[in-house]
Design a protein around this ligand. Structure first.
Ligand code: GTP
Ligand code: MG
Length: 193
């Protein structure tokens, strides 16, 4: 997959307005501020094609990007307590309705901050992915904030909590690029079959 010519395609605030899939799709989910938009920029090797912010709640819509005939979907983060209940409900509906659409869900990248235990909403998301049978991979983000040893320990702890094998959780960093090549391989596997 050539990521060099990544481009923005479209933004939707209402899941029912999203047109049918025209190509394989990779979507990125996780709590607000976990690093969804950043990991997409890292894949595309672009500084700010996808809008990133240190303030949680940056991505409020479903944003489609395209690279080499594959769609990359940036979703709003869940669980940002500082938002109004109405806003949180809108986002939850948007994410929920998105995954209820009949689409080419080739791969869902579910992001969890490597420093923290999965939240209740992370559990909900992963339970949903398991129940729905959608292909997904877990990427632990911000590994640059821990030593290699601590990162491995955290991966084991989080894997145990989720009932998964540590090897099934990718250790990633959008800062130093750790795990990005592995993520690209997984994306390739699911999108190019
Ligand atoms: P929402 O759009 O609010 O849902 O957030 P998001 O998940 O898209 O997070 P975003 O990519 O905007 O990143 C949030 C903050 O975390 C920014 O300040 C990023 O610079 C920082 N960040 C993201 N990934 C990493 C990483 O791998 N390492 C470090 N050190 N910081 C990161
Ligand atoms: Mg974002």
């Amino acid at each position: 997959i050539n990521y060099q010519l990544a481009r923005f395609v479209a933004s939707y605030g209402d899941a029912s307005k999203i047109p049918a899939s025209t190509c394989p799709e990779v979507s990125f989910v996780g709590r607000s501020n976990v690093g969804k938009s950043s990991i997409m920029n890292k894949l595309f090797n672009r500084k700010n094609l996808v809008k990133v912010s240190s303030t949680p709640g940056k991505t409020a819509n479903v944003n489609f990007f395209e690279a080499d005939g594959i769609h990359f979907v940036d979703l709003p983060g869940y669980g940002y307590a500082q938002r109004s209940k109405a806003e949180r409900d809108r986002w939850k509906d948007l994410i929920g309705e998105f995954f209820e659409l009949d689409r080419s869900f080739n791969l869902v990248v579910s992001l969890i901050d490597i420093r923290h235990e999965p939240s209740a909403l992370d559990h909900q998301m992963i339970d949903y992915l398991n129940a729905s049978g959608l292909p997904f991979v877990i990427a632990l983000t911000k590994a640059d904030k821990l030593s290699r040893g601590r990162a491995d320990q955290q991966r084991s702890a989080i894997a145990r909590i989720l009932g998964m094998r540590p090897a099934d959780l990718l250790i990633t960093s959008s800062d130093n690029g750790q795990g990005i090549d592995e993520l690209k391989e997984i994306i390739e596997l699911h999108c190019l079959g």
